[in-house]
Design a protein around this ligand. Structure first.
Ligand code: GUN
Ligand code: ZN
Length: 429
């Protein structure tokens, strides 16, 4: 059993305006689950002995961060100079992904990838693999070793990419199904059927992916949608018989409540309406959209249209795996469109919001009793400028805003997964 005492913050009602903040709170953790949470005085009144508690005054404890869109084989693609999406894929990304055909390479990379996630406070991720089943095997095995919640999928891609990365409509689906049967629901792992985007899948493959999705309704679908203007033109050339980009997924059974679509920058009014109706999730990837020069995702407009939203790093188009730094750019992208993303909304997004969008909020994303004990502990003293900025009387809103604007991995002093501290910084008090 662990008793953790400190400043606890989460969104038990899944309403970003209504956080629960326990200035001096206690969590009781047993067998990877949160057994009890409340203010310290409630525990004292009930006669619980807090002598053995881990006590972190000044630190802020939040549910583990959830990244609903990033690419495992792209950690070494980050910071590749000078290209927008399509050239970036061809010149940098595809050559890197080719290496993940090698099981040993993939296994070593999986160790680095997961240790990077944990160091940054990310306890759950939705990851694209490469088109090789080996990449996903390696990632699942490594996540399982940490008892970490991880959803991943082998990229489906049967056209318009280098030969050594292509599957076929038949082999791609067969490999995906074998991975589902082997890994989906094993421990804390889950599968996502992963057509890369419509340009690199034939109609036959998209249709087969949709049929697979219908056979496994509890499995997620992840892909990309409407990210870049040149991409939009290309999709039209590759799939001229479809009404628009969205229809390439929609008409093939790939657009539903379990579908996570990265980017969604240039959706038409009709696409927005159909997307909302399908209950699919639009995943905002601000650092990637800025870095690749893709454009400004209309976050507020999509939200007002009733679309469920996610907030993600999109490594390696993204420039940071850290979700605090992701929020910094989310704020700026929204500012450019006249919307000031509230710090509560921002931190809700990377915890409870992403959990709800992915239908995992019964298990993760908050400190509910019976929920899985994944959390992150932030220490403002680790960054001198942050400590200085928080020197006077600062509201919770402003404290969070400082973390998302000036924060980075240094703030993360502990990451707990399944009740166990799987990462502790060397300087952690
Ligand atoms: N569209 C198709 N593939 C990719 C990818 O790997 N990254 C991003 N950002 N967009 C894509
Ligand atoms: Zn992506």
């Amino acid at each position: 059993m662990r008793i953790v005492r400190g400043r606890l913050l989460h969104w038990p009602n899944n309403n970003w305006r209504l956080p629960e903040y326990l200035e001096d709170g206690v969590m009781l953790i047993e067998a990877g689950k949160i057994m009890k949470i409340g203010p310290v005085r409630a525990f004292v009144e009930q006669g619980l002995d807090l002598a053995g508690a881990e006590y972190y005054p000044g630190h802020l404890i939040l549910p583990g961060f959830i990244d609903p869109h990033l690419h495992f084989p792209q950690i070494d693609v980050m910071a590749s100079y000078g290209a927008q999406l399509l050239d970036w894929l061809n010149d940098y990304t595809f050559p890197q992904e080719a290496q993940y055909a090698d099981a040993e390479f993939a296994q070593v990379a999986a160790e680095s990838f997961i240790s990077l996630l944990l160091k940054n406070g990310t306890t759950t991720a939705f990851a694209f693999g490469s088109s090789h089943a080996t990449s996903v095997e390696a990632l699942f095995a490594e996540a399982d070793r940490h008892n970490m919640r991880m959803v991943a999928g082998k990229v489906l891609m049967d056209q318009n990419a280098p030969e050594n990365l292509l599957d076929t409509a038949t082999t791609g689906i067969a490999e995906s199904e074998a991975l589902i049967q082997r890994w989906h629901g094993k421990g804390r792992l889950g599968y996502a059927i992963t057509p890369r985007f419509s340009a690199t899948s034939s109609e036959l493959q998209l249709r087969a992916a949709g049929q697979l999705s219908a056979r496994y309704p509890e499995v997620w679908v992840q892909s990309h949608l409407s990210e870049n203007r040149a991409e939009l033109n290309w999709i039209q050339q590759v799939h001229p018989s479809y009404g628009d980009y969205l229809a390439t997924y929609e008409d093939n059974g790939l657009l539903h409540r379990k579908s996570l679509m990265g980017h969604c920058i240039y959706l038409s009014e009709s696409e927005i309406e159909r997307f909302a109706k399908a209950g699919a999730v639009a995943v905002f990837c601000p650092t990637s959209n800025l870095f690749l020069g893709s454009g400004l995702m209309p976050f507020q407009a999509l939200k007002e249209a009733g679309i469920s939203l996610g907030m993600a790093s999109d490594v390696g188009g993204g420039t940071s795996i850290n979700l605090l730094e992701t929020l910094a750019d989310a704020y700026k992208v929204c500012q450019l469109q006249g919307y000031s993303l509230h710090p509560y909304e921002a931190f809700h997004a990377i915890t409870r919001g992403n959990a709800a969008a992915t239908e995992l909020d019964d298990s993760i994303g908050s400190f509910q009793v019976g929920g899985e004990a994944d959390f992150v502990r932030l220490d403002p003293e680790q960054i001198p400028l942050v400590a200085r900025r928080l020197g006077g009387e600062v509201s919770l809103r402003d404290e969070l805003f400082v973390y998302m604007t000036l924060g980075d991995e240094r703030l993360v002093v502990e990451t707990t997964v399944d009740g166990r501290a799987v990462y502790q910084s060397e300087t952690a008090a």
